[in-house]
Design a protein around this ligand. Structure first.
Ligand code: PGA
Length: 255
């Protein structure tokens, strides 16, 4: 069974980069080079810049996203930002469970699943990240790790799982310039699709995107794979020309 054709999603993950001036220049460049992309486009920006980016992207094809969310609705959680707060700025996507958050903030699979739930409850699409480290890959544990990470999200979110975007981001490929080959990435995406099918009759329409050193040169080959429905782009999303070429590659393959 092959994945049904669907629109690709290209989401930029700015991480902790940007300034008012740099964001304005980047978005100017993106606006100048983008007309009506056939793929979905999102910018996941630091929360402090939501108001700026919302204003600059108004009326364009670029949707707004954040890089993390609180599991809590409101209250005494110093430093946290709720789903409802970012929703006020028109946020459509929230990355949850990025490997940097799992690693530096000690996020567990259960916490990530709750973050996905908090996003869904606010009408925000969570981009749920899963992926193995180099040590895990070399130990032959890739399948076990990504399935465990996804299982927690399925367990907590039940049939709402069809509303998520899933991102396969091998940790060893993030920011390293060492991209997974299209075949390596497709193999994991296919496993994840099988797991989603067992949980939801809507599994074919779930976008499973790849992240990890995707760039203008390798995007087409990755995006042409049957189960690769887009990209989560770090470094290359900070350069207008590179991000635009990834968007064009995805547009050509979108239906
Ligand atoms: P990268 O980051 O494209 O810089 O490897 C991807 C990500 O961490 O989402």
């Amino acid at each position: 069974m092959t994945s049904t054709n669907k629109k690709k999603l290209i989401a930029g993950n700015w991480k902790m980069n940007g300034s008012l001036a740099a964001n304005a220049a980047l978005i100017d460049g993106l606006k100048a080079g983008m007309s009506h992309p056939a793929c979905d486009v999102a910018l996941c920006v630091p929360s402090v810049y939501l108001a700026q980016v919302q204003q600059l992207c108004a009326g364009t094809a670029m949707h707004l996203g954040v890089q993390d969310l609180s599991t809590h609705v409101q209250g005494a959680y110093t430093g946290e930002v709720s789903a409802a707060m970012v929703k006020d700025f028109g946020v459509r996507y929230a990355i949850v469970g990025h490997s940097e958050c799992r690693q530096y903030h000690g996020e567990t699979d259960e916490l990530v699943a709750k973050k996905a739930q908090a996003a869904l409850a606010a009408g925000i699409t969570p981009i749920v990240c899963v992926g193995e480290t180099l040590t895990q890959r070399e130990a032959g544990q890739t399948e076990e790790v990504v399935k465990r990470q996804l299982a927690a999200v399925i367990h907590t979110n039940g049939h709402c799982i069809s509303e998520i975007v899933l991102a396969y981001e091998p940790v060893w490929a993030i920011g390293t310039g060492q991209t997974a080959t299209p075949e390596q990435a497709q193999a994991v995406h296919a496993l994840l699709r099988v797991q989603l099918r067992a949980a939801s009759s809507q599994a074919e329409r779930i976008q499973i995107v790849y992240g990890g050193s995707m760039n203008a040169a390798n995007a087409s080959a990755l995006l042409a794979q049957t189960d690769i429905d887009g990209g989560l782009i770090g470094g290359a999303s900070l350069k207008a020309a590179d991000f635009l070429s990834i968007i064009s590659a995805a547009s050509e393959l979108s239906v």
